[in-house]
Write a protein that binds this ligand. Structure first.
Ligand SMILES: [Mg+2]
Length: 409
């Protein structure tokens, strides 16, 4: 093989991946069941020298012409990533460049982080409420954790906020507490994260914290829509309880940036708010979504976060491949405190190159993202993305603050 300057784009193909979660995944505070997972489109880029790479992405048929015959070196620079005009091929070009240069993506990025990164299961939804006709109860959530524990996870993110929409408020609060306590009791050596998708009121969430005192929460995610005074009340209450959990925020966005900004589809106002909260010690971890920001932009944002003393955990739900992409980012530029893991398999990919051992995901040494496509297992037509891509909360029945729409949670 040679350098990037010796390769020109010969073809760009579209194909589709299809995920399969290891179990039926129920609801969160506002949305429909996640079920067994959905599909997502990918782009496969091949050069005139026979090199190829692929990445999640979607391209209109008339968009590919402008890239054909373009030199790879004009679209991508190993040191800085994909040029702005070619961002639709961002992931595919990282993979392609790694394959041409014989380097894993994390090395292209500078090998500035650890090769084994802590990961949590992000698939602990409201399985206690399933099936609707005969809900299985708290034990079903413990079973979900058990299944993921056996797959190598040592941290679980429990969805909470049952009283927002699916249960009467008091019952929902009591169930959230019961679930958290049951998981703590069953997994004394594991970390517990909780995520309400902004479904709680401040007062309600403080009562939840009272209920789970002693459970040693590792991380609290989007308990309510982030506001300075409310987060300050939360921190004061946490101090009283001796709760040292990290506060993780910023996945959800109230408006989309179009055209994209430095933060991709997030507005600078959204990110500036997060920075201001972090400067006051009210937010510890930024959750900006991997795809909404974009891989190249994440490469540039991460050092700025690190300089400000803020950790990151790019949001990955709901596609099984995305935690591996975050692992490459984490091993390349560092500063990822923990990866949002999505248990399951994907038709067309083999994840055994990314072993998950004792709660840590290890990035491979193989070139690119280290996930060669198994062509015969790809699907050639779109797969419905279940409920996750367009989930917008319906009007709530319960009197709580309304969570706002996100592209994907
Ligand atoms: Mg979340």
């Amino acid at each position: 093989m040679s350098g990037l300057e010796d390769h020109r784009i010969r073809s760009i193909e579209t194909a589709y991946l299809k995920d399969r979660y290891p179990r039926y995944v129920g609801r969160n505070s506002f949305g429909k069941p996640q079920a067994y997972g959905g599909g997502l489109p990918i782009l496969i880029v091949t050069t005139d020298q026979g090199a190829s790479g692929w990445g999640v992405g979607r391209l209109e048929p008339d968009q590919s012409a402008r890239f054909l015959d373009a030199p790879v070196a004009g679209l991508f620079d190993a040191a800085t990533g994909t040029v702005e005009d070619a961002r639709v091929l961002d992931l595919a070009l990282h993979d392609l460049a790694g394959n041409i240069l014989g380097q894993p993506v994390w090395k292209l990025l500078g090998a500035g982080g650890p090769r084994e990164i802590p990961i949590y299961s992000g698939a602990i939804y409201f399985n206690d409420l399933e099936p609707e006709a005969a809900p299985a109860g708290v034990e079903a959530v413990v079973r979900s954790c058990r299944q993921d524990y056996e797959a190598g996870y040592r941290a679980f993110k429990l969805k909470i906020g049952r009283g927002f929409k699916w249960m009467p408020p008091e019952e929902g609060l009591a169930r959230d507490v019961a679930v958290t306590r049951a998981v703590r009791e069953a997994f004394p050596d594991c970390q517990i994260l909780v995520d309400a998708n902004n479904a709680y009121t401040v007062a309600g969430f403080l009562r939840y914290l009272d209920g789970v005192a002693g459970c040693d929460l590792y991380w609290i995610e989007e308990p309510f829509k982030e506001k300075r005074d409310d987060l300050r009340r939360l921190k004061e209450h946490m101090a009283k309880l001796g709760c040292r959990a990290l506060i993780a925020e910023g996945e959800d966005r109230t408006e989309r940036a179009d055209p994209p900004t430095k933060y991709g589809g997030y507005t600078p106002a959204h990110v500036d708010t997060l920075y201001a909260l972090a400067a006051e010690g009210l937010v510890d971890v930024f959750l900006l979504d991997l795809g909404i920001v974009g891989f190249t932009r994440w490469r540039h944002i991460m050092p700025e976060l690190a300089a400000a003393g803020i950790k990151a955990s790019p949001h990955t739900w709901a596609w099984c491949v995305r935690p591996r992409l975050v692992a490459q980012l984490a091993a390349g530029v560092g500063n990822v405190v923990m990866i949002e893991g999505i248990p399951g398999d994907t038709a067309g990919l083999d994840y055994r190159s990314y072993p998950l051992v004792d709660g840590r995901l290890r990035v491979p040494d193989t070139p690119g993202f280290g996930l060669p496509l198994i062509r015969e297992r790809l699907v050639d037509s779109p797969v419905p993305a279940t409920s996750v891509a367009s989930a917008a909360p319906a009007a709530p029945a319960a009197p709580a603050a309304s969570p706002v729409t996100s592209a994907q949670r």
